[in-house]
Design a protein around this ligand. Structure first.
Ligand SMILES: Cc1ncc(COP(=O)(O)O)c(C=O)c1O
Length: 375
């Protein structure tokens, strides 16, 4: 029996190999590896695809978040409201600019930040709300944007898992001052190496992002700000351009797989998948299911001294999925812990019940999601 892989990138590659090799040859022939036509073309295509004002291609999703926070001038003394159910980069970047992540619990149905609880977390130091469109479903943007307007806050969307997702017909990443995307190889628009994107509708913000992407350079060798090297390679941009043309098709394939998993898992007691809100077009970066009653280990993970805002949770044992007909091999267990305001700031945050839904992190599983034909 042929083993099922989590994500069959080889099969996917076979579908556009010719175009990718042609783009690689073009770049090799030109021997121009930084900037150039491929970057401009990719950014132009992304503006069209997402219907956003500006697209700034960058070196990774992490750098996209960092750059957006820097461009919004968020720094020491500021607080940024976000979700604890995310990849480490979200909160890590908030720390890197010297600000403090303030975690708000998740909605148990969608696993996204619970917009109804955000207002209570706003303080005079709050500068931004940073929702994460987890697994490819947008957070409740109407409520988040209304709160942001009321309190004069930036909204920076972590859309790293939501390339092509829509909310009320509009693309993820086009609601706040910035949308941050990842082109990590396993993402829906997966590059050939690291890559990312910042989108914005604000021309000044876009210009600042472009300057910060290049060490704050405003003219040759004139550096008006401290930025970084956040550039995307020309070669990777060309390849992403080829794949972007098929993003809609690939996202549709993921949706079909997800529907199939829903069908197959629907009759299993104690297993449920995220509720997709009717106004959301989810693109299933990963297809998650929750296993109620899955056993939780009591292991306490050590908190590295240099990481003030993380809690390392425990590995689940998704026994519910170990049934005939459901392959256990390719099913990745979710071992990622949530991030809580623990230790440094608030040692008793859990006991005070700040994040009662943290158990959900400890009991979710991911089945395979390849998009190549017949997979
Ligand atoms: C929610 C979220 N934010 C940020 C990132 C960081 O993106 P990258 O790995 O491209 O730096 C990821 C990547 O997994 C992510 O899933």
């Amino acid at each position: 029996m042929k083993p099922i892989t989590m994500l069959d990138l080889k099969a996917e590659f076979a579908q556009f190999e010719g175009d990718v090799r042609r783009v690689i040859d073009e770049v090799l022939d030109a021997q121009a590896f930084i900037g150039g036509a491929q970057i401009a073309q990719l950014e132009g295509s992304l503006v069209d695809a997402f219907d956003c004002g500006h697209a700034i291609a960058v070196s990774s999703g992490t750098d996209a978040i960092l750059l957006a926070l820097m461009a919004a001038e968020i720094g020491p003394g500021d607080e940024v409201i976000t979700t604890p159910f995310t990849f480490f980069a979200t909160a890590g970047c908030i720390h890197r600019v010297g600000a403090k992540p303030v975690f708000v619990d998740i909605d148990p149905e969608t696993f996204n930040i619970d917009a109804a609880q955000i207002a209570a977390a706003i303080t005079p130091r709050t500068r931004a709300i940073l929702p994460v469109h987890l697994f490819g479903q947008c957070a409740d943007m109407d409520e988040i944007l209304a709160l942001a307007r009321r309190h004069d806050l930036h909204v920076i969307e972590d859309a790293c898992q939501a390339v092509g997702a829509r909310y009320r017909g509009r693309c993820a990443g086009t609601f706040g001052i910035a949308g941050c995307f990842s082109f990590y190889p396993t993402k829906n628009l997966g590059g050939f190496g690291e890559g990312g994107l910042v989108t914005t509708g604000d021309a000044d913000f876009a210009q600042r992002c472009r300057q910060l992407r290049n060490h704050g350079q405003t003219e040759t060798y004139l550096h008006a700000y401290i930025g970084g090297n956040f550039r995307l390679d020309t070669l990777k941009a060309g390849i992403l351009g080829v794949k972007l043309a098929r993003l809609g098709e690939f996202n549709a394939a993921r949706r079909a797989h997800a529907a199939r998993y829903d069908e197959m898992l629907g009759d299993l007691d104690g297993v449920r998948t995220p509720v997709v809100r009717p106004h959301n077009e989810m693109i299933y970066h990963s297809i998650r299911s929750l296993c109620a009653g899955a056993t939780r280990s009591r292991r306490r993970w050590p908190r590295p001294a240099s990481v003030p805002h993380s809690l390392f949770g425990s590995a689940p044992s998704p026994t519910v999925l170990r049934r005939p007909g459901i392959s256990r091999g390719p099913t990745a267990r979710q071992r990622r812990p949530p991030m809580h305001p623990r230790a440094a700031d608030s040692p008793d945050a859990h006991r005070r019940g700040h994040h009662p839904r943290r158990r959900m992190h400890q009991s979710s599983t991911t089945p395979p999601r390849s998009v190549a034909p017949g997979r």
